[in-house]
Design a protein around this ligand. Sequence first.
Ligand code: ADP
Ligand code: MG
Length: 650
Amino acid sequence: MSAENSTQPTVDETSAAQSHAFQAETRQVLHLMIHSLYSNKEIFLRELISNASDALDRLRFAGLQDASLLEAADELHIRIAADQEAGTLTISDNGIGMNHQDVMENIGTIAKSGTRQFLDQLSQDDKNHSQLIGQFGVGFYSAFIVADEVTVLTRKAGEPAGQGVRWSSDGGGEFTIQAEERQQQGTTIILRLKEAEKEFLQTWTLRSLINRYSDHIGFPIQLLQDQDKEDDDSKPEWEQVNKAQALWSLPKNEISDEDYQAFYKSLSHDLNDPLTWAHNKVEGAQSYTTLLYLPKNAPLDLMLQRDERQGVRLYANRVFIMDAAQQLLPHYLRFVRGVVDSQDLPLNVSRELLQENELVGKIRAAVIRRSLDMIARISRDEAETYTEFWKQFGAVLKEGVVEDMANRDRILPLLRFASTHDETAGSQTDLAGYLARMKPGQDAIFYITAEHHTAARNSPHVEVFRRKGIEVLLMSDRVDEWMMSYLHEFEGKSFKSVTKGDIDLGAIGSAEESGEETGATENAVELDADLLARISESLKDHVSAVKSSNRLTDSASCLVLSEDEMALHMQKMLRQAGQQVPESKPTLELNPQHAMVARLADEADDERFAMLAQLLFEQALLSEGGSLPDPAGFVRRINSLMTAAPAEPA
Ligand code: ADP
Ligand code: MG
């Protein structure tokens, strides 16, 4: 029998083999595994070993509550055996195992929320597939990259031998499942290798793969030695091929960079080396070890909800307790990977208890500090590396300015911004650099937020600053506007948006600059009050007031917000996301020296006056990256201007 999308057996589950159709998404994952993952085939071994290791971790953890579970197993291990004649590769563990329901839930369906995204990504780019597998929790299916049939024999620890399960599939649309007597607990996975993948039966291939990918799995990985064919009675000989040590518990001087890197890869399912790491042992009233890594590349789902399993693993005296990224790391450090091992944590600690545990609170504070120190170290010593780091994770780290008041002073020096000081592409400054370049009399750190870097750089609001040589930070990350609404000062200097409130640059630089540059006098040009009133009346639906501007040098007009208003590009973004944004009208500022404004002053015809005023408003809105309320009307107005005023013959 076969039932689409069914996970429940429809006949007595202890009877003969039942067939089930894979859930549609699983089928898609399988299809992609089989047809598009040829570049890093060998990662199937890493994934299956990683699952076996997880199963052993979970048994050891369960054994803390119920010691009989551990007694039933010999020494915990992972075994790998190649059978040349049968063409099979077998990976077994004596870990937690699965019962019928576990198997149905874990390896027939993919319940994880990220699967859809995984599939989309797989079909989009073709480079990092093998990395995605581990990150999205579909590692088991990678067996089908090399096998045309996969059989799982398993029994859950603590359940009777009669409760064993046999699961089997050729990776097509279906799998079969049936009850099967099984003496030992744990899981055995048998891969019938495809004809072209027989190299994975070679002992030396297997050994080198284990060394490369799984050396730092904390349980022995044993490889079956080639047997003498003549001697049928010989006992199987197992050779341990990994170190099976908790890397972090070794003295630092016994750990090579390669060890650290390999451990990172097995921890994170990342194929790249980490950017850097920090390994610390704290001895004292509380003793714990932290080994923390910064990845090179952001995982795909970095900007989304964090996957609990990607992050920091918590151990108590080398016994894996749980993935505890949320307990040990704040959201803004969600890219940090690593291990925390405490000597004082109660072993029976639950996720809920963890939240309230005082020691965990202390460890968390230490993990945050170590992570920020690690980041600060690169920012200080390795400028180029830091640039790479900032590109990948800067926008996430900025969330910390809002999220972590207690560490704000540590976070602010890590921030980098584009700036008018140096506009070569990619050039960035930190806040200390900005302070050092401030002009005499300048008491604020000027910045602008915009949707894109170009919009920030070319904004009319920046014109007067650029001309006077006053630096403006150019911000265009999505989080910037939000961050800046919480960030009011740095080392006693307040932040000021150049798009909000009044700008008075009169006092800045007056001591040393020439009269032309001093600002206070040049803006004496004010527009006629009647003209302003007339424009204001004409635009009353769009703006709250119309003023002469001292911000503009080249542009005719710009829109100015009050200090507590949200930048226009943010308002637009939130509205597009379906959120309520309070209606507010900006102030329109006009450049008294601009030809277009002069032209308006001379316009007697009311209809043409209204059209020109409207255009000044629309220009200002466009240069903010805003969208016009009436784009077709805008085009009509422009066209009517262009046709009404033919160029004078030269
Ligand atoms: P992930 O390991 O990220 O959860 P996988 O696709 O690798 O995703 O495995 C799916 C699930 O199948 C595991 O979460 C686990 O519940 C179960 N599983 C796989 N291999 C084993 C094993 N050797 N022992 C026990 N359970 C296993
Ligand atoms: Mg896995």
